[in-house]
Design a binder for this molecule. Sequence first.
Ligand SMILES: Cc1cc2nc3c(=O)[nH]c(=O)nc-3n(C[C@H](O)[C@H](O)[C@H](O)COP(=O)(O)O)c2cc1C
Length: 188
Amino acid sequence: MGTATSVEEARALAAAGVDAVVAQGGAAGGHRGGWLRDELADTLALTRAVAQAIALPVIAAGGLMDAADVRAALDAGASLAQCGTAFLQAVEAGTSTPYRAALASAAPGETVLTRSFSGRPARGLANRVTAEVVSPLPYPLQNALTRELRAAAAREGRAEFLSLWAGEGVHRGREGTAAEILAGLWPE
Ligand SMILES: Cc1cc2nc3c(=O)[nH]c(=O)nc-3n(C[C@H](O)[C@H](O)[C@H](O)COP(=O)(O)O)c2cc1C
């Protein structure tokens, strides 16, 4: 499988012989999978376009937070939905305490696309690093440069220096076991 953020990438993956393509919209949390031209597409529109462009199973990703979202992705032509942010507050997740607190208090529109932590674009909650580190080095140099900062922030519980990866649906996230969260994502 490979990740596509555009129809162009989906076609290139199909030509390379993958078995399935993840269509990653701009709402997705964490690092982006774009590799030819990172496009911040609407997840459902991208899923629809990719499903029409290639004859392979498509997995929709980005901002899918409840059963209605998953239903809409399947209706748009996806075979599966990939959810990341929805599971960050799961009991089983390795999410640190300050990260969990930031997720729990997130409001709509609080995520940003940033290169401040690693040098590559990733979506997370805005904090002091995303606001003040304005000229990051290219990946992987910036990633190495901020590693100790992130480790120290985790030890001291200081969210302002942590990478708080989260998608645009973060304010709709819930706590619970992974099984409970999965049940809430399952379409009828
Ligand atoms: C904490 C976190 C880390 C992630 N890291 C990566 C990554 O390194 N590379 C990548 O291609 N996608 C990464 N993702 C994106 C996921 O693969 C997936 O596309 C995304 O979580 C789906 O959108 P959602 O978070 O809105 O559910 C990450 C997502 C999260 C939440």
